[in-house]
Design a protein around this ligand. Sequence first.
Ligand code: ZN
Length: 330
Amino acid sequence: MEIETMQEDRLNDLMRHLIDQPTVTTTAANAELQEATGERELLYNFAFIDEDSKREIRRKLLKAVALPGHLVPFASRDLPIARGWGTGGLQVTMSLVEPQDILKVIDQGDDDSVNAVNLRRLVEKTTGIRFTTDTTQASLVQTRHRIPEEPMSADQILVLQVPMADPLRPVEPLVQYATEMHAESDYGRMWVYMYESVVRSGDVDISSQYPVLVEDRYIMDTSPIPRYDVPRLHQAETLYLFGAGREKRVYAVPPYTKVVPLQFEDYPFKTEHDPAQHCERCGSNDTFLTPVFVDPKDPKTEGRWMYLCSDTSFCQKRVQARSQSKSMEV
Ligand SMILES: [Zn+2]
């Protein structure tokens, strides 16, 4: 009972935060911005998008929070970035960001990949806010293809970029029919699709965008995160917001929401985690690893593949912690 009230309080706080977000008007915001970095491009509105559009996105996000896993249409705005390169996530971030926020942007767990750097640069130029690579320091994290390794807390928000919003796309390409299927919880064809995948390949053959059932109601696309990250959505402390710019949809998983991957009794959901494999930099076997090709030092020899943590800042943190504890021992 107590837990339920706690969860309700948390949701109420969240609603209040989304509703009461002050409109960032020039004078007050500018003063705070000067303090932040003073490097904002003043030709644009704060966070590029105009205030009315930002308000519309926040209203749609509120609806998404009220109906976990439900796809909410929104008027996706044009940005100086091509559709399909993270404009949905970017619009969610732009509509939420305030001058005092600290933002982290990652792509496949990496803070320094091209997509992450460019999105960060745009937010930086139009807001002047502070950035970090440390997950624990960020108030807002925008990501593509990964959920950070370090557990996020209740006062943080994770924004995910989504290429295809509707999990029913493989079984029903027409939006009007898919919408009807969601409305009626008519998910039989999705289960047949999963079953056919088992018949074809001997197991559920879905590597990313794994479908989940949210609060026993809506089937939701988890975006292209690996299966390894899917359990992190279940009963999490953090608010997850999903934005699909090209498809003009937002959806959400509020804190403490039941998120269950679709599975069969005899073919349960499995992650791709292999405890025998270690990161070659920090040595951990409890993180999501990605193969990286390393060029040889000597051009006559061949390069090789090595496994490294996909969350680069967390890997770095572990390496530092290990070298510190070693120097303490000495
Ligand atoms: Zn590592």
